[in-house]
Design a protein around this ligand. Structure first.
Ligand code: ADP
Ligand code: MG
Length: 721
């Protein structure tokens, strides 16, 4: 059993310099809620990020540079200087050495506390330097008083929520919360035998310990979460997540959906297949069959179709839509951007209109009149297929008989948007059975690594297009220093001469929209100048277009249309072209400031070329700015890009570089993120939780629900989308 140190009570006095900035209670309360800390148990489960050791006082002589230390010393000198800026400089001496304390912001009361002759206790990082030892903005208080017996926890926090306040809130939550174990050792093998030969602690002991560990503990095991107390928490968390996923899977199995069975003979499906200018790849046939099988069942499909960029997901979606329409129901396809939605619309229209299908088109920027007409088509059921952006999920949109919802680039949508689309079927009262939902097909070019599929997406069936259509030549990727820009421009000239097309992508600088705009605009102007005199083999004029997010949608469409039609040779753009754009004649992609892009994003961008038979290339231009070389992570990303074209390998490396939180993106994971468990590391615990969840839910449904509520609270709903 762990030793339980007494709770600390001296928090408020601690942070002389940094703390007590006078946050009002209500602001702090709001900040707590922002962190999701509403219930006592939420507070108890809010665990320290790291710890500071205030249990010991060291001498200045023994402190090493760069170390966090707590000393007791006498103030020997104090002054306020104004160069290079206003600062308070205090010298202290503990008998073994002296140290300079610097404060750039300070109050009169603090100056008084630091008066010459006062004996103070100071805590902070000790730096070396040519003026001798220094501490920047250390915490301090009057010397004397007892030392704490436990390490001081430092909690993750947000602006407006000072550590001392948060610490108090957490400790009182910890004292009040129900910390009894959900399951008894008899229920769970793991509680008797532990995981990896370490017996698990009780939840109570684990939490008490992690909120105030004894100073003799190995900090490493706390930081890397391998300590038995952490094991307990991770096991609990993963169990909650697995039970919750299982619950939603079972709830979904109890829902109804129309059976969409493929017909025989001259069905739309058969006619579309026959009309396609190409035959399906084996992979497309296989996933098509998986989807068809799901849709033929009377419970809603919940399937993710993953396939690398260019793998041909659209035609799979169109064939699924055809099955749905064959059965006499409506189908909706939602895409994250207007450009992408429009492209789908055109493609589907070209395929399906000759076969007698009426398609409606919905976006946020549509004229009122057109929009009204579309809404009428959808409501009457005349439009069998509806393509659009998130405008599709607005309240005003009423389907007559929606049975299949397809979401392209699903990771771009939030949980709430996916839920809204699923609700579209039940929107019409009396029309359908209660609890009916459309079949849901989600598509993504960002494949989900296996551990994530087992956890976040346990409630999802996955189909994978693991084969590209034939005749594609692999894209050659080159990482090039920005100094060699001229060579790149020569290369563009060559491509233009051959009648090929080129993308030039500039990064979106989020902090400054204006800067972003001028960046792409400037690059466009520079390129236009550099490419003067370039010629096309067919004698057409060389056009260089510009596309960025703040252009009017009509202008965007005009530019995109000219590029798609082959009238425009070079398209300079921000990342608006990232998803789904399909111009097979484009053979060169230049990405400027490639070091600023994420790995998945680079891969998506690169996927815009290599769509036809021509040999294609991707140039990753990087700039190190004032630094001598790129940072480690940026170099890793560019190296990965140069080394592989395989989206699955890219995703694996991306997960490695970024970790699942960032990988999934805040919107996708929402608040349902695993906080403690690490999917790459805790594979044993994950496998265990996955195996135990069904038994617990069957045998102890009440306890299982209690466990999920404790860990996920209101967030459990989010896991179901
Ligand atoms: P993504 O999976 O990235 O959405 P698309 O559906 O846009 O890919 O398909 C990329 C290109 O490949 C399109 O031009 C599409 O028409 C074409 N394509 C799809 N399937 C095949 C196939 N089986 N044979 C040849 N070309 C195909
Ligand atoms: Mg696509």
């Amino acid at each position: 059993m762990p030793k339980k140190p007494a709770p600390r009570t001296d928090d408020a006095a601690q942070d002389g310099a940094a703390g007590s900035t006078g946050a009002t209670k209500s602001a702090a309360q709001k900040a707590l809620e922002k962190l999701g800390l509403k219930r006592d148990i939420d507070l108890a489960l809010h665990l320290p990020l790291r710890y500071e050791d205030e249990t010991r006082i060291v001498t200045l002589a023994e402190v090493r540079e760069g170390q966090q230390a707590q000393i007791e010393a006498v103030v020997t000198h104090q002054e306020v200087t104004f160069r290079p800026r206003r600062q308070l400089i205090v010298t202290v001496d503990d008998g073994t050495d002296t140290c300079t304390l610097r404060f750039f912001s300070f109050y009169g009361s603090q100056q008084k506390a630091l008066a010459v002759g006062n004996r103070i206790r100071v805590r902070g990082e000790v730096k070396g330097g040519f003026m001798g030892r220094t501490m920047l903005h250390p915490s301090f208080r009057a010397a004397g008083g007892s030392l704490p017996t436990a390490l001081t926890p430092i909690y993750p926090t947000v602006a407006g929520l000072p550590q001392p306040y948060l610490r108090k809130a957490v400790l009182s939550g910890l004292a009040r919360a129900d910390l009894n174990d959900t399951f008894a050792p008899g229920d769970l093998e793991v509680l008797r035998h532990g995981v990896g030969h370490q017996p698990l602690w009780t939840l109570r002991d684990a939490l008490q310990f992690l909120h105030h560990p004894t100073p003799d503990v190995s900090l490493d095991t706390l930081m890397d979460h391998s300590h038995p107390a952490w094991q307990r928490l991770k096991a609990e968390e993963l169990l909650a997540q697995q039970i919750s996923q299982l619950q939603s899977r079972r709830e979904r199995a109890a829902l109804r959906a129309p059976r969409l069975q493929g017909g025989v003979g001259q069905t739309l499906h058969a006619r579309l297949l026959a009309a396609l200018p190409f035959g399906l790849t084996n992979a497309q046939q296989r996933v098509g069959a998986e989807i068809a099988k799901d849709m033929a069942r009377p419970i809603p499909m919940h399937r993710l179709l993953q396939g690398d960029v260019g793998a041909g997901k659209t035609v799979v979606a169109a064939l699924a839509a055809a099955i749905c329409m064959d059965a006499g129901w409506q189908c909706a396809l939602m895409a994250p951007t207007e450009i992408l939605a429009e492209q789908h619309f055109r493609k589907l229209l070209a395929w399906l209109e000759p076969l007698g299908i009426t398609t409606a088109w919905l976006t946020g920027t549509q004229k009122t009149k057109e929009r009204r007409a579309m809404l009428a088509l959808i409501e009457s059921g005349e439009a069998q297929l509806v393509v659009g952006t998130h405008a599709i999920i607005q309240d005003k949109v009423k389907f007559k008989s929606l049975a299949l919802a397809i979401i392209d680039e699903q990771h771009r949508f939030g949980v709430a948007q996916r839920l809204a689309l699923r609700k579209k079927m039940t929107a019409i009262e009396g029309e359908h059975e209660k609890g009916a939902e459309p079949h849901l097909l989600m598509m993504t070019a960002t494949p989900i690594p296996r551990t994530l599929a087992m956890s976040y997406y346990a409630d999802l069936d996955v189909s994978t297009l693991d084969e590209l259509p034939p005749g594609r030549t692999p894209i050659v990727t080159k990482v090039v220093n920005d100094h060699r820009r001229d060579e790149v421009i020569e290369r563009i000239r060559g491509q233009i001469a051959e009648g090929r097309q080129v993308y030039w992508v500039c990064p979106l600088i989020e902090e400054s929209e204006a800067l972003d705009l001028s960046d792409a605009t400037q690059t466009h102007a520079d390129l236009a100048e550099a490419l003067q005199g370039a010629t096309r083999a067919d004698g057409q004029p060389v056009l260089i277009g510009l596309l960025h997010s703040r252009m009017h949608v009509d202008d965007k469409k005009a530019v995109m249309g000219a590029f798609t039609a082959g009238l425009m040779s070079v398209l300079v753009s921000t990342t608006v072209i990232e998803v789904g754009v399909d111009v097979p004649n484009a053979s060169l992609m230049v990405i400027e400031h490639a070091e600023r892009f994420g790995l998945s994003q680079l891969h998506q961008l690169r996927g815009r070329v290599g769509r036809g038979a021509a040999a294609s290339a991707c140039v990753l231009l990087y700039s190190t700015g004032d630094a001598p070389r790129l940072g480690e992570a940026a170099r890793e990303r560019l190296r990965a890009m140069a080394e592989t074209n395989d989206g699955f390998e890219i995703a694996r490396r991306d997960l490695e570089i970024r970790g699942p939180g960032e990988f999934l993106g805040a919107r996708q994971s929402g608040e349902a993120m695993l906080r403690f468990a690490d999917l790459a590391q805790d594979t044993d615990l994950l496998a265990w939780a996955r195996a135990e969840a069904p038994m617990l839910l069957d045998r102890y449904p009440h306890l299982a629900h209690k466990h999920v509520a404790r860990w996920l609270g209101g967030k459990a709903e989010f896991l179901k989308a």
